[in-house]
Design a protein around this ligand. Sequence first.
Ligand code: PGA
Length: 260
Amino acid sequence: MKLLILARPEDAVATCVTVIAKALVEKPNAVLGLATGGTMEPVYDGLVQRAKAGEISLARATSFNLDEYVGLSPEHPQSYHRFMQDRLFRPLALDPARTHLSRGDAADPVAEAARYDAAIAAAGGIDLQLLGIGGNGHIGFNEPSSSLASPTRVKTLARATRDANARFFGASEPIPRFAITMGIATILRSRHAVLLATGAQKAEAVAAMVEGPLSARCPASALQMHPRATVVLDAEAAAGLELRQYYETVHPEGQETSLD
Ligand code: PGA
């Protein structure tokens, strides 16, 4: 795992945007795995800014999102379809044929999950998978106890996840109980995994992911098995890391280092 620790959340976001931008410059037709959640909002703002400045283009990229709530149509204001439309797809007028999310309103969500994994494989697999982390250690909606070999499938959301996401729903709106999520095996097949975490409420999960045992108790710990995982943190999210000094020696101020 490569640990890049930045002082402020905005620096961590900028570093994450730079990692994605580099991947797009190297491979303009990259297949991106995308994430939603509050942490990602400024990341998409940054990508839109850089694209509008002509520094990068997502026009030839293909994207697959991690997850979607079961029961929500793409038009539902709290659906991840809408999140992505509002934050990235519409601002950059991306070709809808190249932007993929699983359909939460599919008549058969189990079949939809299998179709989604097959579509990722048919696109050649994911070059760069963007990830957030839940306070309970989930990646995507792979809640604690998720099989570390899981494919894309329907998962029941943990109480902690529903509580954390309640802020996006109106007081009288039901918070979905199920989601279709890329599995841990799907995520591990990506050629580069980039996880961004900011804020003190992520410190415990980040420590468990990086330094804890490989365990379904913390699904993000599966990234210890990923051949190329980059973890970008702000100081608060890094606060629980015992070996932080080592990570900061390897990548001072979150800078990439080389052997020359
Ligand atoms: P957040 O969600 O960015 O809204 O904290 C992250 C996650 O639950 O994966």
